[in-house]
Design a protein around this ligand. Structure first.
Ligand code: PGA
Length: 255
């Protein structure tokens, strides 16, 4: 049984004081008790240090929104996986569509980042998904297949235990237009079969596949009820402690 994973991607939002204020409000919302799922918050890099201290004693885990594929060196402005480990970061998002489309991250870069994250045991969450134009041209499976195959190229099966995926159709991110739970299930099931073909069924059955793209507290349950959707990657709604708590609590009522 795959444990549900709910991830907040704060993107470029929240200073340290704002993040601490958020946490206080979030903890009040969660006084009802935390369900049996894993909860990861990915704040901006500059907030990680203070947030790591602040979440002590809560079941929250820390994630990063990106990282570089080398450990050290002349890479001005980049963040090493070592820096993340130093701050107790447990998870890292890789290949988010904003990284791919705004900052020109390629499949090869995502592949190198994935190798490093797996080597460092940083629980990578690799984001894949088609753009609006690709969606309209019926290329969803073709694009997602390319992204998955390129990310996995040369990775060792024995390292993949802690790898998760997020299917995030680009046309659904921050637009309020999400995929239906059935569409997201169809792609997630297909992704699992593809991974089974590349590696094997036990490996694919262990991997968690999340859905992301305009997830709200009202819609969370519809996605979580799908057999191949093991969690959610939440952007906009995760910035509101009440809405994010609602999404987490929706895991309680799903199988
Ligand atoms: P959204 O973002 O929930 O605001 O659509 C999701 C994401 O970018 O991970």
């Amino acid at each position: 049984m795959r444990k549900k994973l709910i991830v907040a991607n704060w993107k470029m939002n929240f200073t340290v004081p704002e993040a601490l204020k958020y946490l206080a409000a979030f903890r009040r919302e969660m006084q009802v008790g935390y369900p049996e799922c894993e909860i990861v918050i990915c704040p901006p890099f500059t907030t990680l240090f203070a947030f790591d201290e602040a979440i002590e004693g809560t079941p929250l885990k820390l994630g990063a929104q990106n990282m570089h594929w080398e450990e050290t060196g002349a890479f001005t402005g980049e963040i090493s996986p070592q820096f993340l480990k130093d701050l107790n970061v447990n998870y890292v998002l890789l290949g988010h569509s904003e990284r791919r489309h705004i900052f020109g991250e390629t499949d090869i870069m995502v592949n190198k980042k994935l190798s490093m994250a797996l080597q460092q045991k940083l629980n990578p969450i690799v984001c894949v998904g088609e753009t609006d134009a690709e969606h309209k041209e019926g290329k969803t499976f073709e694009v997602v297949e390319r992204q998955i195959k390129k990310a996995l190229d040369g990775q060792m099966r024995s390292d993949l235990e802690n790898l998760s995926w997020a299917y995030e159709p680009v046309w659904a991110i921050g637009t309020g237009k999400n995929a239906t739970p059935e569409q997201a299930q169809e792609v997630s099931q297909w992704m699992r079969r593809l991974i089974a073909k590349i590696f094997d069924t036990p490996t694919s059955e262990k991997m968690r596949i999340l859905y992301g793209g305009s997830v709200s507290d009202e819609k969370a349950r519809g996605f979580l009820d799908q057999p191949d959707i093991d969690g959610l990657l939440v952007g906009g709604a995760s910035l509101d402690p009440k809405k994010f708590a609602g999404i987490i609590l929706a895991t309680e009522t799903t199988q």
